[in-house]
Design a protein around this ligand. Structure first.
Ligand code: ADE
Length: 316
């Protein structure tokens, strides 16, 4: 239905910055946009989750939430977001702390590099932007650890700009909606074209919830989906999201991985310095010091570990 030409819309077109030609072979017409926008926003009014970071428009608080939410479930982030902000209530308070203090507070959230990049971004915002977040995708992306998704999330969720956030959930929904795999630029262009002017905040939060609650990776409740009547897939045949750019593939095994060894060393360093001769055992490879040495090299190169006075430590 959404591909059919029809009467002109009464809803305003997206701002010119978002109105770039869609690379889709079958672009949405105005009525198609309206149908999708109205259906999703109405669904969102009834179903959007009440999450604490959704009450904030403070870019630092949103930035922290978005970094935590990359690769960590909402339920696990909920108790940690507040704790983190109690300790580091402002970007400057984080910038003034050591990377070690931020990595220590990240305990249990996994992917410790995120903590280090969050700290580096805080330092850069403090030093280069006088503690105020820049408000363009380009300037945000120039900050450490801030990629396309996080830049747009800060703009949409803290500054209420009409930009589209596209994470793995949004990429999956859009591929299913159009019924074919999408490249990353195609997914971003389609997402940008859909954002209803003036409603970017609600739109983006709602589409994330559609991905979390209805159109999930392994289960799809098409009967409860506001886009059921427009969806080109509706759960029939191969899933077009599989193989779409930006849609996550299966994580490689954690057990026995280098990542596990890295995590073990960082976990230990949160409590005390480690002597190099103990490192292989701490990483879980007492009989493979060569592997421990190689993995330590990656941590040192990343700036996660330093060797000071002959001992391994978190960066101070
Ligand atoms: N995942 C990423 N950003 C999110 C948000 N703002 N709310 C819920 N889940 C999210």
């Amino acid at each position: 239905m959404w591909l059919r030409p029809s009467a002109p819309s009464t809803v305003r077109s997206p701002p010119s910055s978002l109105a770039e030609p869609s690379p889709l072979a079958t672009p949405l017409d105005d009525r198609g946009h309206d149908v999708l926008r109205n259906a999703l926003l109405s669904w969102g009014e009834a179903n959007r989750r009440d999450l604490p970071w959704r009450h904030s428009r403070n870019p630092w608080e949103i930035h922290v939430a978005e970094v935590m939410l990359q690769q960590t479930q909402v339920d696990r982030v909920l108790p940690r977001w507040n704790d983190f902000l109690e300790r580091f209530p402002t970007v400057s308070s984080c910038a003034d702390a050591s990377p070690a203090a931020v990595i220590e507070l990240w305990d249990g959230l996994g992917y410790n590099r995120r903590a280090m990049y969050l700290h580096r971004a805080a330092v850069a915002i403090d030093a280069e932007h006088e503690g105020a977040y820049p408000d363009t995708i380009k300037a945000l992306r120039a900050l450490p650890g801030i990629g396309a998704y996080t830049a747009r999330a800060i703009l949409a969720f803290a500054m209420e700009h009409d930009v589209a956030v596209v994470d793995t959930n949004v990429g999956r929904i859009l591929a299913r909606l159009v019924g074919r795999t999408l490249t990353a630029p195609e997914a971003q262009a389609l997402a940008d074209s859909l954002v209803p002017p003036g409603e970017g905040w609600a739109w983006n939060q709602t589409i994330l919830d559609l991905g979390a609650l209805i159109c999930t990776k392994k289960q799809w409740q098409c009967g409860d989906c506001p886009w059921e009547r427009s969806c080109q897939w509706i759960g029939k045949g191969p899933d077009p999201a599989v193989g779409s750019a930006g849609v996550s593939t299966r994580q490689s095994r954690f057990e026995g991985s280098d990542r596990q060894g890295r995590g073990r060393l960082i976990a230990s360093l949160r409590h005390a310095a480690v002597a190099p001769e103990d490192m292989a055992a701490v990483m879980g490879w007492p009989d493979d010091p060569g592997r421990a040495e190689r993995v330590l090299g990656t941590l040192v190169r990343d700036g996660m570990v330093e060797q000071i006075d002959g001992l391994l430590r978190l960066p101070v």
